[in-house]
Design a protein around this ligand. Structure first.
Ligand code: ATP
Ligand code: MG
Length: 214
């Protein structure tokens, strides 16, 4: 399964979600490849900060030919996670077409909700060619004990074909701290709330219903 963690908007948590999902799938015993499809190379930089080898393979492929190149490489893995680039349409299109499932991180802010329309438009365009392509939103940086996450989820329900997942990642210092150390939250704090919420996200993605080709 190829999971693209994509959003045309910058700074929403694509790399954070991608790295932590990759580590969580790897911890569950799956063969995982993380593809850094962002010319900024954030996921590659994360892996070079590490002392130990990452628990999954990682490769830099910021090319608009990703959808053609990736299927051949993906055969050797159970799960491939793409860390997408913001703002670049040809890379974004290619990463969407390469994916079986697009996960769109959004922060609980009206700006993120408004900007989501751009990414949804690219997904709908891709679904014309690839009918089985699935997509979902995940709320990232949800703030505990506030209604803002709920409000964002309600606002996102305007995109009827793209569900909001029940699993959400909260605003937690450990996400930023673990990245700085080249770690994932499941490595830095395996029994933390953060590790549990990423695990719930991974399980929800695996359980997502398939889309039938017409
Ligand atoms: N759930 C969270 N809790 C706390 N900090 C977070 C969380 N998610 C992301 N961050 C922080 O927000 C910043 C942006 O996150 P990240 O780099 O993952 O976003 P991005 O979408 O990959 O950005 P870009 O578009 O530049 O690639 C980082 O400093 C990261 O540590
Ligand atoms: Mg990034």
């Amino acid at each position: 399964m190829i999971v693209g963690v994509l959003n045309q908007k910058g700074g929403v948590g694509k790399t954070t979600v991608a790295v932590n999902l990759a580590a969580t799938f790897a911890r569950a015993g799956r063969r995982v490849l993380l593809v850094d499809a962002d010319p900024q190379g954030s996921a590659m930089a994360w892996s070079s900060t590490r002392e130990a080898e990452p628990p999954f393979s990682i490769v830099g492929m910021a090319k608009p030919t990703l959808h053609r190149d990736l299927p051949r490489i993906a055969k050797d893995y159970d799960v491939v996670i793409i860390d997408g680039a913001p703002r670049v349409n040809d890379l974004g299109r290619s990463a969407i077409l390469a994916s079986d499932y697009v996960l769109i991180p959004v922060q609980p802010s009206p700006y993120d909700v408004w900007a989501a329309a751009d990414t949804v438009a690219l997904i709908r365009e891709a679904q014309v060619m690839k009918e089985t392509l699935r997509a979902a939103f995940v709320i990232n940086r949800r703030i505990a004990r506030t209604a803002i996450g709920r409000d964002a989820a309600d606002a996102l329900s305007q995109f009827e074909d793209v569900p909001v997942l029940a699993a959400a990642l909260h605003q937690r210092v450990i996400y930023a701290e673990s990245v700085a150390r080249g770690l994932s939250v499941v490595e830095a704090a395996p029994s933390s709330e953060a590790a549990r919420e990423v695990e719930a996200l991974a399980n929800e993605i695996l359980a997502a219903p398939k889309r039938k080709a017409a």
